[in-house]
Design a protein around this ligand. Structure first.
Ligand SMILES: Cc1cc2nc3c(=O)[nH]c(=O)nc-3n(C[C@H](O)[C@H](O)[C@H](O)COP(=O)(O)OP(=O)(O)OC[C@H]3O[C@@H](n4cnc5c(N)ncnc54)[C@H](O)[C@@H]3O)c2cc1C
Length: 594
């Protein structure tokens, strides 16, 4: 037993651990907690603080997940510097030259403290592709499933608290831990259904996307489901339903059960090497520099944008780039910062006569009751983030317009990998008969466009340069146009007629031809925030990979990267489930000496 405050180092001061984990984010805290549970000494370096103190209720209350100001995907955005790195992209040449803010968590919990809580796993075929690509059967669905189960605990849906009989469903209990000794991450179904989503479910069904009987966590992504979310339905600290982040799950557990030490508000500035082996990390707290020595390994978990940056400033990356900035080259790895994959997302909006969570919360007559419901019953619109999502392989009728190249790229994907994810959303609306603006959106799941992360300075405090490469591959443009037409088909379904009000809000009736649709998408598409792949896992450095199957960085010893940057490609759907599972898997590898 120890005091919780014993888990926080008092900086500055050199320290030595068995393992130093750089980045107390989604993957970092999961790896660190598991390593510490073995009895090893583990120090975590996190640039940010505690979001419970630094972001008010924004990160805590599930109902705020989509409306956090920190998420504005525009060049000029409301800054939230205590919890977000405030990155702004390079101009997107395929997206009307726009620069956009790309949120990335700078806090204990990392981006799991800012994300929009959707939890789903990829398809069996996508994990088989991963296994084949990296030459390790550990990544097949059958072998990887145990890490999804180990990382999480599912609280089954509470249908009594869900407000609509239209939103009952079945799911697959066999792929979850629901008993004792489950993983720390809390996954549940929200205790409220946005009424507008039940209509979207009907509209999507009308275009062929039936509601799945197993949900989206069994390695099959077909049709629609009310999504599981990283919500703790009864958080003991707050006494209601709150976000489950890697901080509220793994870190709280590790503080109570291990000797883990956290150095927070502390930036890692360089990984230190002796004779090609990582021996520690230079860090700085409020300008005071010191060294954390790693007796065994350094684990880099600084995320898609900062992990490649830290590798590069430490001498690992494309040698020409490093030399041009005067950085001594320790390992010439051309793949560092390359292969960035980012799923774009755009929507078709119409007025609706039905209420929605945002319209209820913005109505002074209804909000107080919603607040009471949240605080006393952990239910109501404040308790809920996501809603209905659906996955689809585009029908043959959509694909006839595609070029031979696009069809052949799509045909090369695993047979069970969907091309589009549809997401129901809403916000409060105004206008004759309009209560809600319904927002049915599509995400392009398998981007063929590639971006990159690079550096302009050897100083780790200078932001990395991020180019998502949106819509630079013509195949993505063709798929996007087809997806937008599918959104319109769903809206046009008779099932939606009872609630749709007025002319289309966005893109609007003037956008009709394929060229007009594509131009509108270039001007309006945004990210669904799933950027990954910038230190791709693979079988060899010669093939452009940065880490091998156990996340060891090629060309050096004592260094692994474990975070979204090592995903070899964008998995279908939302990545956090896979990132937590990957952290569990690599922690197992480390402890087993692999
Ligand atoms: C707005 C938004 C919504 C999203 N919604 C969803 C969703 O609904 N479902 C889903 O599955 N995924 C979602 N994602 C994606 C998902 O949350 C991320 O892919 C995932 O959290 C990334 O985990 P990570 O471990 O790679 O990095 P992070 O969780 O970002 O962790 C990196 C950590 O490293 C720290 N760090 C970086 N550099 C340094 C340094 N030099 N020194 C010290 N510390 C450093 C950071 O502060 C951060 O804490 C969303 C992402 C965003 C931004």
């Amino acid at each position: 037993a120890r005091l919780p405050s014993s888990a926080f180092a008092v900086p500055p001061g050199d320290a030595t651990y068995d393992y130093v984990v750089v980045g107390g984010g989604t993957a970092g805290l999961a790896v660190a907690a598991r390593l510490a549970s073995s009895g090893a000494s583990v120090g975590v370096v996190e640039a940010g603080g505690a979001y419970e103190l630094d972001n008010g209720n924004q990160s805590i209350v599930p109902g705020y997940a989509f409306s956090q100001p920190a998420l504005a995907p525009v060049e000029v955005f409301p800054p939230r510097p205590l919890v977000d790195w405030s990155l702004v992209s390079q101009p997107q040449t395929g997206a009307a030259g726009r620069k956009v803010h790309y949120a990335a968590g700078k806090t204990l919990g990392g981006t799991s403290a800012l994300n929009t809580l959707a939890y789903n796993r990829g398809t069996k075929g996508s994990y088989q592709k991963w296994a084949t690509l990296v030459g390790s059967s550990a990544y097949t669905w059958d072998n990887f499933l145990k890490y999804f189960v180990k990382s999480s605990e599912l609280t089954p849906p509470d249908f009594a608290k869900r407000n609509t009989p239209n939103a009952t469903f079945t799911y697959d209990t066999s792929v979850w831990c629901t008993g004792k000794n489950c993983g720390p991450l809390q996954v549940s179904y929200s205790n409220w259904v946005d009424p507008s989503h039940t209509w979207f479910a009907a509209g999507l069904k009308a275009i062929g996307l039936n509601t799945s009987t197993i949900g989206h966590n069994s390695g099959i992504l077909q049709g629609g489901a009310y999504t599981t979310e990283t919500i703790d339905p009864s958080d003991p600290w707050f006494g209601t339903a709150t976000r489950s982040s890697s901080e509220s799950s793994y870190l709280r557990w590790a503080i109570a059960n291990t000797q883990l030490m956290v150095h927070y508000r502390t930036i890692a500035t360089k990984i230190l090497f002796t004779s090609g082996k990582a021996t520690g990390v230079s860090v700085a707290t409020e300008g005071y520099s010191y060294t954390l020595t790693a007796k065994k390994e350094v684990i880099l978990s600084a995320g898609t944008f900062h992990s490649p940056q830290l590798l590069m400033v430490s001498g690992i990356g494309p040698s020409a780039k490093l030399s041009s900035l005067g950085i001594p080259v320790i390992s010439n790895l051309v793949g560092v910062g390359q292969n960035l994959q980012d799923q774009i997302f755009f929507s078709v909006q119409n007025g609706m006569s039905t209420p929605s969570s945002p319209s209820i919360l913005s109505d002074p007559a209804q909000e107080p009751a919603a607040l009471q419901q949240y605080l006393t019953k952990a239910a109501g619109p404040y308790s809920s983030a996501g809603g209905y999502i659906a996955f689809e392989k585009l029908p043959a009728s959509s694909r006839t317009a595609f070029s031979a190249r696009t069809n052949s790229l799509l045909n090369a994907l695993p047979a069970d990998v969907p091309e589009i994810e549809y997401l129901a959303g809403s916000f409060a609306g105004t206008g004759a008969g309009v209560v809600t603006i319904g927002d049915l959106s599509a995400s392009i799941l398998n981007p063929f466009s590639r971006g990159n992360v690079t550096i302009s300075s050897a100083d780790a405090t200078v932001p990395p340069l991020v180019d998502m490469g949106w819509l630079t591959d013509p195949a993505d443009a063709e798929v996007a146009v087809a997806a937008l037409k599918r959104l319109r088909q769903a809206w046009a379904a008779p099932a939606m007629a009872a609630v749709k009000v007025g002319p289309e809000v966005k893109p609007g009736g003037a956008v009709q031809t394929d060229a007009q649709i594509l131009q509108w998408i270039r001007e309006n598409a945004i990210q669904i925030w799933h950027a990954c792949g910038t230190n791709a896992m693979g079988s060899s450095a010669a093939a452009g990979a940065v880490v091998g199957p156990t996340a060891k960085v090629f060309g050096v010893a004592g260094l692994r990267v474990v975070d979204a940057s090592v995903l070899p490609f964008a998995l279908p759907g939302h990545p956090q489930a896979t990132i937590y599972a990957l952290a569990e898997k690599i922690a197992d590898d480390i402890l087993a000496g692999r």
